[in-house]
Design a protein around this ligand. Structure first.
Ligand code: ASP
Length: 372
């Protein structure tokens, strides 16, 4: 009973406070600004260029992330993304358009380099929210998208090397020299053996493949934009976790987890281990936190705390988890926030920002925990 009284009073207070907050923000014209995950310096520059030329906010972020989706050297998004355990690239993407409050998504789609554009078509040309797998590919082809092989020479090599890195408990796998081969052949150091097996690959390609095989990288691009009319849109697009089970879907295509936009408040998106983000509906949580008055930074740190709480706040269990949020409020205030102060490779977590008066560049994210 007392809970009902409390929440009614809170609702009344909230409703009364809202016009004042919105009134204060509405006095200033919002700055045009784009933010994204760290791999989106060029994407933010593009998104900002499109909105400053008067383009639609969703077209702007999609034009931005298309650069990364089509980049064969980004191994976590679109073409060149690392494949699933069967060597097939499966992509996830979602979009949200603030002005019309609509969204669209595709998951586990194969063969299409720009899944963000397919998600936009789902939003605009269907009354569905998400298409997956075979259905998503058929829809994309019907819409005129070209089905292509998304593996590059590097990502195929990385997958082959990953398969060769798997061993049973006695240290054996089916891809090395047979048990009946002379002992010398079995002893050759890994990279030496890989050189013999893949004579066409350069040493740099093999070294990168070995790195991918033994430390599967994370990655995705999330990009959010605000124009000077206060309109906002967002997109998240990814090849998901490297070597995943075919059919695995991460947080990126899930509205409310990998992406959420409500231009009356703001927008948020995520990269990192999708399973942990899905469990806290991270992007929606962050936007709702801002709706209730938190700053972008505090809203994201609160979401990270919820993810940590799912592990009993045990730093040891959280150690292997990479989780990052990107947040843009509708007045132009923004933040990047990460679970750890260093990524597994030792680098500080960052995000990209482009504004009208400053070229697109990276900034450091705030974080919840420090790695020793
Ligand atoms: N969030 C993505 C997923 O779980 C992967 C990533 O950002 O590394 O699919």
């Amino acid at each position: 009973m007392s809970e009902i009284t409390f929440s009614r009073r809170a609702a009344l207070l909230g409703a009364a406070a809202l016009p004042i907050v919105q009134g204060a923000r509405a006095q200033r014209r919002p700055p045009s600004i784009a933010i994204s995950s760290a791999n989106g310096v060029a994407a933010c520059a593009k998104a900002l260029e499109v909105v400053r030329a008067g383009g639609d906010t969703l077209d702007a972020v999609i034009a931005g992330v298309n650069i990364v989706e089509l980049d064969p050297n980004d191994n976590s998004v679109g073409y060149g993304g690392l494949p699933n355990e069967e060597g097939v690239v499966e992509l996830d993407a979602s979009v949200m358009h603030g002005p019309t409050r609509r969204g669209g998504a595709v998951a586990a789609i194969r063969g299409i380099k720009t899944p963000s554009k397919v998600a936009q078509r789902v939003m605009e040309d269907t009354d569905h929210m998400m298409l997956v797998g075979e259905g998503a590919l058929r829809f994309a082809k019907d819409q005129g998208f070209l089905e292509e092989d998304l593996l590059t020479e590097q990502s195929r090599l990385s997958w082959l090397v990953w398969r060769r890195s798997l061993k049973d408990s006695s240290g054996h796998n089916n891809w090395g020299p047979g048990l009946d081969s002379p002992p010398g052949a079995r002893k050759t150091a890994v990279l030496e053996r890989l050189k013999q097996e893949f004579p066409q690959a350069t040493e740099a390609m093999l070294a990168l493949a070995w790195e991918h095989a033994t430390n599967p990288p994370h990655g995705t691009i999330n990009c959010l934009v605000l124009n000077d009319k206060g309109e906002m849109s967002g997109v998240t697009t990814t090849s998901g976790l490297a070597w995943k089970i075919p059919g695995r879907v991460g947080d990126s295509p899930l509205i409310g987890a990998g992406l959420y936009v409500d231009q009356e408040v703001g927008a948020a998106g995520s990269t990192g281990r999708g399973e942990e983000n899905i469990r806290i509906a991270g992007a929606h949580t962050i936007v709702e936190n801002m709706r209730h008055g938190m700053s972008p930074k505090d809203a994201a740190l609160d979401a990270l705390k919820r993810a940590a709480r799912n592990f009993g706040n045990d730093a040891k269990r959280l150690e292997p988890i990479d989780l990052n949020f990107y947040v843009l409020r509708n007045d132009g205030e923004y933040a990047g926030a990460s679970l750890w102060n260093k990524r597994a490779n030792g680098a500080a977590p960052q995000f990209a920002v482009a504004t009208a008066d400053r070229a697109s560049q990276r900034e450091n994210s705030v974080y919840l925990y420090e790695r020793k």
